[in-house]
Design a protein around this ligand. Sequence first.
Ligand SMILES: [Mg+2]
Length: 313
Amino acid sequence: MTPLNPRLASPLGTSASSLLPSLQSNIRSLPSCPLSFVVMALRGLKSPFDCLLLDLDDTLYSSTVGIAQACRKNIEEFLAVKCGISAERAFSLRVELFRSYGSSLAGLIALGYDVHPDEYHSYVHGRLPYELIKPDAELRELLLGIPQTKILFTNSDRQHARRALQRLGIEEGCFRRIICFETMNPHLFGDEIGANSSPPLPAVATPEVILKPSAPAMEMAVRLAGFGPHRTLFVDDSERNIAAGKAAGLRTALVGKRLKTKEADYLLDSISRLKQVVPEIWGRLEMERGGDHGATAMRSDLDSIRPTSPVGA
Ligand SMILES: [Mg+2]
């Protein structure tokens, strides 16, 4: 398919109306151009985003389904059974490790415990009641309808991400890539950080665990995403992660909370509200017309510029 006029590929600072004649010309010269492509071009004309970085747990599904509670219980059991921590101390230690190191695993490794990530994740995530996560057709439709690059960015291990996505009914292919525990910590699995990454990542001197909300984790995600951070929307349920994302220059959307933090550009009580709260993801036309009404408006706009012969039916 012949590419559209280059003017359409750099819409920043150019009004939609000024581009319409060019778009019309392109459409007439491209009888095989799919209508959906034209719609996408119009939708992207004024969107401030090229990419969405989406957290998984408590973001794509609610914190109330019971997975988070079960995970906390499994961590405390791991601390008691595998690390010899008393059951009474396990609760407070888990909280302390999370606050100080970002995760219990990161804390245990930093404190010198001989814990392999696979053993930890098998115990903590491998026994989760995944049946509590229900298929979410609305979420699937929402994600598939986002025209920008989507990247899953989770502290969890890859197996957990796969199982959670399977339960939600969302194909991994919905995301251009998954950035997870293994992505951020190849040195814990015998690989050098950046050895197999594209683009290459700088080596890290110390074998520390890299997870959100650390600056290295955020910088790694930005580099792997490959878009300017100011053109990337970071969606996460953690205030700490959102603050770290803002510090990395990302646009931010806090999910599942009632109070908006100063680092959050948007506040969503649920990911299902993304289209209403951040309509500019889908471009200016939809934002101006408001939510789902934008689709009708765009069809109307297209009708006004559509040539008399069908385009790419
Ligand atoms: Mg989360």
